[in-house]
Design a protein around this ligand. Structure first.
Ligand SMILES: NCc1[nH]cc(CCC(=O)O)c1CC(=O)O
Length: 278
């Protein structure tokens, strides 16, 4: 809802004569909190009810965390806009005054991508953790875990990164690779509507390019959200860069590629060469 408000504000800034009405929709992904996402439809669990509302014309735009969007959208629907990317990285959260033990520590996360990367980077083992950000922080506070892993973007948007009760260690996104689309808010819409120019006006081209490249990589890997896959793309010094990681039986496979900005689709294809739907 906080995200929908950001999109609504962007629309009302660009078109002062318009009013964006917010329509709350609760999805299965929000309701089922005691099982890992992969067990009940993966990313689609957050999206399908929005898509139905779009196709039935009950809403004109659906605002999503881009990283929760499935590889394939329903027919006739497109990503019409991406808002400027918030911090794309992950954060290791601990309780202030409760430092990590010297030996192996227990990290709460349900994400295979985070599990394999933290296992490689630190002396950590992982246990399932779901629920909204506040629930996750509560479980950390109650001592169920030594640390938890969360997206910086979600913490920032909720104003939690300054919470004095917790310590936040930002993991560099070029090493601890985020989920495709992490930190980006995307607006999904019907392909051609009287509303398309409104969404085009709030689109951030750099975020849109990164999202397109990262979604292409995910699609070529056939990753869904069941695989341990991370992909992060960005432009720097006039070039476009893509980094990907994939957990395999023999460890983490990492690849990266750089090239011209406008070649982002070809770069996404090239960086996944030979990895397709393995
Ligand atoms: N998986 C749930 C989810 N979807 C988007 C975010 C964070 C915000 C974002 O990436 O834009 C989160 C929380 C988290 O992973 O910590």
């Amino acid at each position: 809802m906080a995200q929908a408000r950001l999109a609504a504000e962007a629309i009302e800034r660009a078109f002062p004569e318009l009013t964006a009405e917010l329509v709350p929709i609760v999805t299965r992904g929000d309701r089922i909190l005691d099982r890992p996402l992969v067990e009940f439809g993966g990313k689609g669990a957050f999206i399908s009810e929005f898509e139905r509302a779009l196709l039935e014309g009950r809403i004109d735009g659906a605002v999503h965390s881009a990283k929760d969007m499935p590889e394939e959208l329903a027919k006739g629907l497109v990503i019409a806009a991406a808002l400027p990317r918030e911090d794309a990285g992950d954060v290791l959260v601990t309780v202030k005054g409760r430092p990590l033990p010297d030996g192996p520590f227990l990290v709460g996360t349900g994400s295979p991508r985070r599990q394999v990367q933290i296992g490689e980077m630190r002396n950590a083992r992982c246990a399932l953790l779901r629920g909204n950000i506040q629930t996750r922080l509560n479980k950390l506070r109650e001592g169920e875990y030594d640390a938890i892993l969360l997206a910086a973007a979600g913490l920032k948007r909720m104003g939690l990164l300054s919470d004095p009760e917790f310590s936040f260690e930002r993991l560099p996104e070029k090493e601890f690779i985020p989920a495709g689309g992490q930190g980006i808010i995307a607006v999904e819409s019907r392909e051609h509507t009287e509303f398309s120019h409104v969404l085009a006006a709030i689109n951030d081209p750099a975020a849109f390019r990164s999202l397109a490249a990262e979604r292409l990589v995910l699609k070529r890997l056939g990753a869904g959200c069941t695989g341990a896959v991370g992909v992060y793309s960005y432009s720097e010094n006039g070039s476009f860069h893509i980094k990907l990681m994939k957990g395999t039986e023999s460890g983490i496979l990492r690849r990266e590629i750089s090239g011209a900005l406008e070649e982002y689709e070809a770069l996404a294809a090239a960086v996944t060469e030979g990895l397709d739907h393995e």
